[in-house]
Design a protein around this ligand. Structure first.
Ligand SMILES: Cc1cc2nc3c(=O)[nH]c(=O)nc-3n(C[C@H](O)[C@H](O)[C@H](O)COP(=O)(O)OP(=O)(O)OC[C@H]3O[C@@H](n4cnc5c(N)ncnc54)[C@H](O)[C@@H]3O)c2cc1C
Length: 391
């Protein structure tokens, strides 16, 4: 049976659920479709927490997205009653004078400070003595400097997605879950869009595609081939010693930059109480994966590696309480892709948020909805144009 909608959203993770929520606030028949039942643990948006910060070291173009997202999360918290954005502060620290790259940016720390200054974002620069005084939870080698942003903190990704979907449904949006979209085609005479799905065929006037790590399937080959998917691992280790200094009220989220990018460690306070442990992780950009076939079990070697790096500055027990895998979808410039499809303007694409997209997803959802509704986005999306990948 063929059903017809004004706007359909394919993929209901971070970006798609935010877009559906925004669309549901406007008149029109809106449908959200997902292969699984979000929030789920197969894509890029699970694992309890995501770092959020306002001064974005990855580039000034992201700061308005982060600022607008913060406003939307706060309003979504009021609407849903859920706690989504915990502002317990963000600490970035690194050894003075050493290379401090992250997410394709040569000096992430300096870029972060530059963005804070340019946008008037409250922050403090901490020398070694100040770091030791303010954040004695971490062990230092002796020559670190730090950046602290009080408005940074963490988001609860599963709660954000659940809140987006619940509020969208209350506003009248419909969902089709456990429904995989197999192909997206323009309608007859180029009007509208046909979605060939596992269970049936769906027709919509416009479609937003936010398929995360599965996005390459919906992009022309030339651009799809430029997106790389990297398997990442997340680890929750028990705390050794007194847990109180690691409670969210006393411990910020942290990013410890290192000489070698692969030695960067980030982590969170004990957000699930002292028995939940500390979540820590690093990043790898060497081995590509396919989200349908990738190894989902964390190996002993991966556990050992992250424990070795994180226990240099944190008192962690060796046996993890919990571990999981997750996928980064990365563009050649570590940037985002938010644009209309080059051949079919009725199809809007959002993807490849390159390991730093969650904090921006509320604003990206709003932009996607604006594009689908034929409105001009309030924020500048030219830095995220499809054309820069040669498509
Ligand atoms: C380990 C890890 C740590 C991260 N840390 C941070 C952080 O601290 N801060 C930060 O800001 N960002 C972080 N990120 C990045 C951020 O989480 C991602 O950018 C964001 O979650 C991506 O959202 P998405 O909507 O693109 O993908 P997803 O949330 O994965 O959603 C894609 C959805 O599309 C669905 N789908 C796919 N194909 C189909 C199909 N054919 N038919 C129907 N549905 C389909 C999937 O089932 C899925 O639900 C991290 C990412 C990872 C993996």
């Amino acid at each position: 049976m063929q059903k017809s909608w004004d706007i359909a959203v394919v993929g209901l993770g971070a970006m798609g659920s935010a877009a559906l929520y925004q669309l549901s606030r406007h008149p029109g028949r809106v449908l959200g479709i997902d292969s699984f039942t979000p929030p789920h643990d197969k894509g890029s948006s699970h694992g309890d927490t995501r770092i959020t910060r306002q001064a974005i070291g990855e580039g000034r173009q992201y700061v308005p997205l982060a600022m607008r997202s913060r406003e939307i999360w706060r309003s979504l918290e009021r609407e849903s009653g859920a706690s989504l954005y915990i502002e317990n502060g963000l600490l970035v620290f690194a050894r003075e004078g050493k290379s401090r790259s992250d997410h394709g940016v040569a000096d992430f720390l300096d870029q972060t400070v530059g963005a804070a200054v340019e946008f008037g974002i409250g922050h403090e620069l901490l020398d070694q003595a100040a770091l030791r005084r303010r954040f004695p939870q971490f062990r230092y080698t002796g020559d670190e400097v730090g950046y602290y942003e009080a408005s940074g903190g963490y988001l609860r990704p599963e709660h954000c997605i659940a809140a987006n979907l619940a509020c969208a449904q209350l506003n009248g949006a419909e969902l089709q879950l456990e429904q995989r979209v197999i192909a997206i085609e323009p309608g007859a005479s180029g009007e509208g869009v046909i979605l060939r799905c596992e269970r049936d065929t769906i027709k919509a006037s416009r479609v937003i595609v936010a398929a995360g790590a599965w996005m390459p399937r919906f992009l022309p080959d030339r651009v799809a081939g430029k997106l790389r998917r990297f398997r990442q691992t997340l680890h929750w280790f028990p705390l050794r010693g007194h847990p109180a200094p690691y409670a969210p009220e006393r411990c910020p989220v942290f990013i410890r930059l290192s000489d070698a990018h692969s030695n960067m460690v980030y982590g969170f306070p004990a957000v699930n109480g002292p028995d939940g442990g500390l979540k820590v992780a690093s990043e790898q950009f060497e081995e590509d994966c396919d989200p349908d076939t990738m190894e989902r079990t964390v190996t002993a070697a991966e556990t050992e590696k992250i424990w070795r790096m994180a226990s240099q500055f944190l008192p962690l027990g060796t046996k993890p309480l919990k571990q999981t895998t997750c996928v980064y979808t990365v563009t050649p410039d570590f940037g985002f892709l938010i644009d209309r499809h080059p051949q079919f303007p009725q199809v809007i694409l959002a993807s490849a948020c390159s390991g730093h997209g969650f904090k921006h997803s509320a604003a990206i959802g709003e932009i996607l909805a604006e594009l689908a509704l034929g409105l001009t986005p309030q924020l500048d999306i030219s830095p995220f144009a499809y054309a820069r990948y040669g498509g």
